[in-house]
Write a protein that binds this ligand. Structure first.
Ligand code: PAF
Length: 279
């Protein structure tokens, strides 16, 4: 597996691969890799000729400096993990390589995508995601990009960015990987104690409660019951919202089948977790 620290080295390799008509599958990550990331890589390995994973903890997308400082960094393990999974190349740039002086800021109007859910709770977060993903896509020009649906709103933001600036790049949205308990796999889970991990599994149970009650009771009572259940387990819910899964417009009534999504952000042991369920 090639390890590239600068975009110049990376571009040389990419050019060779593209000269051989090889397609490139790209998995952007912030490291602290877990089997959720590896499932994205496996899809890329199946669907494209050469796979590239990036590891970069993007300072611009952290609205909370403590969250940035505490973001787990496990580069040695990440490299070993990627190598054993059959990844072809990994790009581990520093801040200067991603944000060189004079790089123009990308000003994308995200509209509603930045006005609901994570948008107001994490001011500047999606703008930071837009900057870094635009930079990655400009350098790499991949054929396909693999993104996890746990970050559903981020998927929508990257979709908007791609439609505007990179219409030739194909995005693959991949189902959330879960622990046997239902807990969505996340790098942030590393910061939970064993008890915390067990408690965190109630999050998915609460989301499932709402999905299972689709049209059996009204949406707001299903949400209230889920919230009460989470409170009982001392999970501090930041938001629990239902939306139309195409537009992300918030809803207070059930949508047509397969157009519903319920999204949640919650704190447990000072760790911010997000999850969602579509139905
Ligand atoms: O989901 C992530 O890990 C990050 O937000 C991404 C897409 C790699 C951009 O930094």
């Amino acid at each position: 597996m090639f390890i590239f620290k600068t975009h110049t080295e990376l571009l040389e390799w990419l050019q060779l691969e593209k000269d051989h008509q090889h397609t490139i599958g790209f998995v952007p990550t912030m490291g602290a890799l877990h089997s959720g990331h590896i499932s994205l890589l496996k899809k890329a390995l199946e669907q494209t000729d050469k796979t590239l994973v990036s590891i970069f903890v993007n300072p611009k997308q952290f609205n909370n400096p403590i969250d940035f400082e505490k973001y787990p960094i496990t580069i040695t393990e990440d490299i070993a993990f990627l190598e054993s999974a059959g990844c072809h190349a990994v790009y581990i740039p520093n801040v200067q390589d991603i944000y060189p002086e004079g790089l123009p800021n990308i000003d994308l109007n995200l509209g509603i995508l930045n006005e609901v859910l994570e948008g107001p709770k994490r001011p500047g977060h999606f703008d930071g995601v837009v900057q870094v993903v635009h930079r990655f896509f400009s350098i790499i020009q991949p054929n396909k990009v693999y993104l996890g649906l746990k970050d559903f709103q981020q998927c929508k933001v990257i979709e908007a960015l791609t439609k505007t600036y990179f219409p030739n790049i194909h995005l693959e949205f991949c189902a959330t990987e879960r622990e046997l308990t239902g807990l969505a796999k996340s790098s942030r889970n590393m910061r939970l104690s064993e008890t915390g991990k067990a408690t965190a599994s109630y999050i998915y149970q609460a989301l499932q409660h709402i999905a299972h009650n689709y049209k059996k009771e009204d949406l707001n009572s299903a949400k209230r019951a889920a919230l009460h259940f989470l409170n009982q387990h001392h999970i501090e819910v930041e938001y629990l919202e239902s939306a139309n899964s195409d537009t992300l417009a918030l809803t207070s009534n059930w949508e047509e089948p397969n157009h519903n999504i319920v999204l949640l952000a919650a704190y447990l042991e000072n760790v911010r977790l997000i999850d969602n369920i579509q139905f």
